[in-house]
Design a protein around this ligand. Structure first.
Ligand code: QV4
Ligand code: CA
Length: 467
């Protein structure tokens, strides 16, 4: 008992690195800007049956309503209160979504915007998604409540109160990122308000949180409000389960702040993943797919069990945030699918697939863009490759097609003899392949032919796609 007392006395707690997905479910999908009623249906109709582990949802808390430009996606990153009340739906709809998704084995992860409230230029009034009054100029948010005392102003010493130099760790944490009113998270009052918001969501049944702008919060302040969190709802999670935490820290090297400062709280977004893989698949700087044999920590990425990985995210697919020109998005559809296919087949990190909307280049909201067939099927790949050693085979297939030459060759698959369904061109349904069949012979070798004009320029087979 004394040992336990010591731990609690020291304020230590076991941070949570596991996403609490059901067995064999190894990936989440970001349903950016989707409504709660639609996510609930998608869980039951598709994501549950197809083995997705969970969904990252857009911030569910009340945000400012921006009129110029009209209702941009980014208004949801300007909180007005912690009421579950946004364009995606109200609290009842949110509760129904969490219940229905959990009931089919799909977890809900919430994008938690707790570093700040709305922009300093947000004005005052009730232009908010739940009609709550606020006054940005006075830093007055009565629906929480937060007042001027709860913001960092006195601790920021830049000319305009904003983050100006990312090589100064103090201003990155204590000043306003893009002019957003910066909360004083060293105050127990503010930590408690944040924890109350997150606990409300935990009690509803969510499995964890993306901590938005984590780089702009001190790791110790994050730890302090995480220590106030409840364990997950035992209706769907085993007793003592802690919320899964993944922190948005953009660290491409060369700044004062590094991802490792946040490992004590939970996982961290690994932005180097998409940036480096994009460079390889685009064949920039003399990079080759064959070099991916030691992909992961061998490429300077963070430890696999601390990494949350993705090809693109809601920011860099639309020119916001970081990652650079090498980031693959649906604008480069064929290369993008190769990147997503590789990511889902490789055992490194916990993977997140992007679903989104587009109108124009800075696309706002409209029709969902990404097709579902590959990510759905590639998830089986990850499961099998996670268990077996990742073979160079998949790399060689992708590389050859990548050089825009047709591929026709015999390769060692490392798989038992039999007929396998290619999970990119189709499915294994009722003991048959709807797409390409691959015959693996007794010595494990198989012949592969891929046209260099194929819309999906790669083949993927795995242990579970065997007839
Ligand atoms: C403007 C001026 C400011 C001025 C302010 C006055 O630029 O100088 O002080 O008005 O109000 C929007 C506008 C931005 C505006 C700001 C505040 O684009 O011009 O400032 O609102 O009014 C998203 C968008 C931002 C958007 C923000 C809030 O990307 O453009 O800003 O939402 O609506 C860094 C961080 C990283 C961050 C990334 C974008 O380290 O954490 O920048 N990524 C996360 C989210 C991202 C979100 C935020 C953080 C903020 O992924 O989507 O920014 O919550 O790398
Ligand atoms: Ca801050």
């Amino acid at each position: 008992m004394r040992f336990l007392l010591l731990l609690s006395a020291l304020g230590l707690c076991w941070a949570q690195y596991s996403p609490h997905t059901q067995d064999g479910r190894t990936s989440m999908v970001h349903l950016f800007e989707w409504r709660w009623v639609d996510i609930a249906k998608e869980c039951e109709r598709y994501l549950g049956p197809k083995g997705f582990g969970g969904v990252q949802v857009s911030p569910p808390n009340e945000n400012i309503v921006v009129h110029n430009p009209s209702r941009p996606w980014w208004e949801r990153y300007q909180p007005i209160s912690y009421k579950i009340c946004t364009r995606s739906g109200n609290e009842d709809e949110f509760r129904d979504m969490v219940t229905r998704c959990n009931n089919v084995g799909v977890r809900i992860y919430v994008d938690a915007v707790v570093n700040h409230m709305c922009g300093a230029g947000g004005g005052e009034g009730t232009s908010s998604t739940c009609g709550s009054y606020y006054n940005a100029h006075k830093e007055d948010f009565p629906a929480v409540p937060y007042s001027g005392w709860d913001f960092n102003d006195g601790k920021c010493h830049t000319s305009n109160g904003e983050v100006q130099n990312y090589n100064d760790a103090n201003q990155v944490r204590n000043c306003r990122v893009t002019g957003l009113l910066d909360l004083a998270l060293e105050k127990d009052y503010v930590r408690t308000k944040v924890a109350d918001y997150l606990n409300h969501l935990i009690d509803i049944g969510v499995a964890g949180f993306r901590l938005d702008a984590a780089k702009h919060m001190w790791p110790g302040d994050i730890k302090a409000f995480l220590n106030k969190l409840h364990n997950l709802n035992t209706k769907w999670f085993s007793a003592g389960s802690k919320p899964f935490i993944y922190q948005e820290v953009i660290d491409l090297g060369g700044e004062a702040i590094s991802s490792s400062e946040y490992f004590g709280n939970g996982r961290v977004t690994e932005f180097k993943y998409g940036a480096k893989l994009g460079t390889v698949i685009r064949k920039w700087n003399g990079e080759k797919m064959a070099y991916l044999k030691n992909w992961g920590e061998g490429w300077g990425l963070m430890p696999s069990d601390r990494a949350l990985v993705f090809i693109d995210n809601h920011d860099n697919q639309r020119g916001h945030g970081a990652g650079g020109a090498s980031i693959l998005t649906f604008w480069d559809a064929r290369l993008y699918k190769m990147g997503v296919g590789f990511m889902l087949a490789h055992p490194y990190g916990f993977t997140r697939v992007m679903s989104s909307y587009r109108w124009d280049r800075n696309f706002q909201n409209g029709k969902s863009k990404n097709s579902w067939s590959q990510p759905r099927n590639e998830k089986g790949l990850k499961r099998s490759s996670a268990s077996s050693h990742f073979t160079v085979l998949n790399l060689r297939i992708i590389m050859s097609v990548y050089f825009f030459r047709a591929l026709s060759t015999t390769l060692q698959t490392g798989l038992p003899a039999g007929t396998y369904c290619d999970v990119i061109s189709g499915d294994k349904i009722d003991g048959n392949c709807t797409g390409i069949k691959i015959q693996v012979s007794g010595d494990g070798r198989a012949h592969f032919s891929i046209s260099n004009s194929a819309e999906d320029p790669f083949i993927a087979i795995h242990a579970e796609s065997k007839l």
